[in-house]
Design a protein around this ligand. Structure first.
Ligand code: HEC
Length: 125
């Protein structure tokens, strides 16, 4: 009974469209790898979530795995993507705009952060 319900739920969630589209965006630019020996381990260990050349495993088409994997890949690409090299997010242009906006929101704890000390400190001549 319980098992049948569980299998039923598993079947129903397969109809949720999220996580099934695995068309990867195009590769725009890659970093200037210093050698193929640098690129290869990165592609082996990291590129599935940090490039547009994801190797989607077979189970990535089956919910729930598909939802979790797709979320990891989307978040990983958004943060750091070697297929979009040259994009400001990839080159340490922090903080990002949403973060800066959040910081300015009234009541945000970040607003009470003291101002950075001026260099050279004034009045110490
Ligand atoms: C299963 C997917 C996955 C794999 C594989 C993966 N990452 Fe990530 N990575 C993520 C996600 C998701 C985030 C964003 C969430 C976070 O910051 O915790 C992230 C964040 C990062 C960030 C932070 C970027 C920023 O701007 O904050 C770096 C750097 C990074 N990963 C490097 C790597 C490296 C190097 C490897 C290989 C050794 C790797 N990742 C493998 C999913 C992955």
């Amino acid at each position: 009974m319980v098992l049948a319900g569980f299998v039923g739920v598993l079947l129903i969630i397969q109809f949720v469209p999220y996580g099934r589209d695995h068309t990867d965006p195009p590769v725009i630019a890659e970093p200037a790898w210093d050698s193929p020996q640098t690129r290869a381990p990165f592609f082996r260990a990291c590129a599935d979530c940090h490039s547009n050349e994801t190797t989607w495993p077979w189970y990535s088409t089956i919910a729930l795995a598909s939802w979790l994997i797709t979320r990891d890949v989307m978040e990983g690409r958004a943060k750091f993507n070697v297929s979009n090299w040259g994009r400001p997010d990839n080159e340490g242009d922090m903080p990002r705009k949403p973060f800066r906006t959040a910081k300015r929101r009234p009541g945000s704890p970040c607003r009470s952060t003291p101002k950075p000390v001026r260099h050279p400190p004034s009045g110490s001549s």
